[in-house]
Design a protein around this ligand. Sequence first.
Ligand code: G3I
Length: 316
Amino acid sequence: ASTLKEAAAAKGIVFGTAAAQSHMGESAYVSTLNREFNQLTPENEMKWETTEPSRNSFNYGAADQLVGHAQSQGMAVRGHTLVWHSQLPDWVEGISSRTELLDVMRNHISNVAGHFRGDIDYWDVVNEAFQDGSGARRDTVFQRVIGDDYIEEAFRAARAADPGAELCYNDYNIDGRNAKSDAVYAMVQDFKRRGVPIDCVGLQAHLIVGSLPGDIQANIQRFADLGVNVYITELDIRMQTPPNSQKLAQQASDYRAVTSACVAVAACKGITVWGVTDKYSWVPDVFEGEGAALLFDDDYNKKPAYDATLEALGGD
Ligand code: G3I
């Protein structure tokens, strides 16, 4: 196999990317997307501020276009994301009654997941609900106003709205074992014991060149042992820019390590990189002086990390 998606398919997994509708007019973007990837995650188009900008008024235009494109190419779709504290409209932030916010959250989920019912392979139902470091819940309007049970209520609402989609909890800095991933592990274990409908965990894997956790495979395995699937959902491995051959070689070795860790665990069913090209990556906007985190450079050339990833998938 000479493309990521073909090599991944031969291993029984998907290889995807985040994609943005705003770039779909660019031919090199679309041709790279279509050639290499068999799974698509809308980068921003399904987030609450876009899908329900004002209360009970829903907008699916850009997301529908991306889903249509994915379907026309036979790509799986990851829905991202139903409940997240970021890119959340002010009108939601302002709610202070538990009953009202529960109602609003359930209504959002039933409308959005209901709209896409049958078209979504996996939903990131709840995103980034835990703090770094301690493993405590993140202080968000959902946590403050509803309480701990907002997460399980979100999963129940998502199951009711689209019984065919795999339902995932998704977070960053849970790629190796640490206090945060321990907290997510305990939550998933509790959900499985009590029958809360959760099917998968998404390890975002926003990583840094030369400093990967050494225990990614063991961490994937412990989640798998709970009876959930695992996905690498937002993989990128950033460096100080500009890149040079030494940094690109280290990045290649890091991509190989992450890919191999997923391939080694049967329950790890897919890898998604967080963007087609370095040109449009979120990284430089957020981390000054960092970037070059993806598999294709600004001109859509394959980077050393591409070859390493393809090899780790068994391709050549
Ligand atoms: O659409 C507006 C545009 O109209 C405006 O002119 C422009 C000016 O800044 O902003 C545009 O919105 C930006 C949006 O991306 C679309 O490009 C926002 O400012 C920008 O904040 C937003 O960033 C996104 C970020 O999530 C927001 O938190 C990134 O594209 C997206 O890659 C990133 O993705 C997140 C995942 O959803 C969750 N995990 C972490 C990951 C990286 O932060």
